[in-house]
Ligand binder design. Structure first.
Ligand code: MN
Length: 227
């Protein structure tokens, strides 16, 4: 097929312990999936249905350096368990949802918090606070065949060697299977989709030069320097 402009490379993420890569189709993110974090943002920690937003596949950042983005003075970190789908579907029952999962990674839902707050206050879409270049740093993906389907385990982020975020996957309001089931009621999920599953309490700003070290027990590590 003749393309009228040159097609761009497929965004992809390395698969841990292999030469292969996982092609990224779409990035879905869950808002407020840990009660403590919902409280710190002034929200409702009750078990309301999950809500979703997106980032473009090109927002994926593989590597250890993120450029401080434009139009913000309050870039914030949100460490999250990332789910990579090998299979999709519509109205997937929670009991079958984990069969769709290829593997898991450590991700950062980087957020221009000042911009998000301003847009939220005006009742506008958050998109420019969330879906910008390099806003989705992600570690190599560990196949579920190797790490299983983690239901508990520490999820931690340090900035400049000091603990900032600490939680446990067991404290997710909506666990992975239920997120997939719920999201697949809104859209037909597809192979290559990634889901960022929400962040525990302790989100905060980062500055140029900061080293971020994220770790999820049983899944892996992610290191990032803000340039
Ligand atoms: Mn988030």
């Amino acid at each position: 097929m003749n393309m009228v402009i040159p097609p761009w490379p497929q965004p992809s993420v390395p698969v841990a312990g292999s030469e292969s890569r996982f092609p990224v189709r779409r990035i879905y993110c869950v808002g407020r999936n840990y009660a403590e974090h919902a409280r710190e943002l002034g929200g409702n920690p009750e078990r309301e249905p999950p809500f979703f937003f997106m980032k473009p596949a090109e927002a994926i950042l593989v590597g250890e350096r993120m450029d401080y983005p434009p139009r913000t003075a309050d870039l914030q970190h949100e460490i999250e368990l990332v789910v990579a789908l090998a299979r999709g579907g519509r109205d997937i029952p929670a009991g079958a949802a984990l069969d769709c999962v290829f593997g898991y990674a450590v991700g950062l839902d980087m957020t221009r918090r000042d911009l998000q707050a301003e847009l939220k206050a005006k009742g506008r879409s958050w998109e420019m606070g969330k879906a910008f270049d390099q806003s989705a740093p992600v570690s190599p993906i560990v196949p579920a065949a190797r790490c299983g389907h983690p239901r508990r385990g520490a999820i931690d982020l340090k900035v400049k060697s000091r603990s900032r975020q600490h939680g446990d996957l067991a404290d997710m309001i909506w666990p992975v299977a239920e997120i997939i089931a719920n999201l697949s009621g809104y859209v037909t999920l597809l192979p290559g989709d990634l889901i960022f599953t929400g962040t525990p309490a302790g989100v905060g700003p980062v500055q140029r030069g900061d080293l971020l070290e994220g770790e999820i027990e049983g899944v892996g590590r992610l290191e990032l320097t803000i340039a």
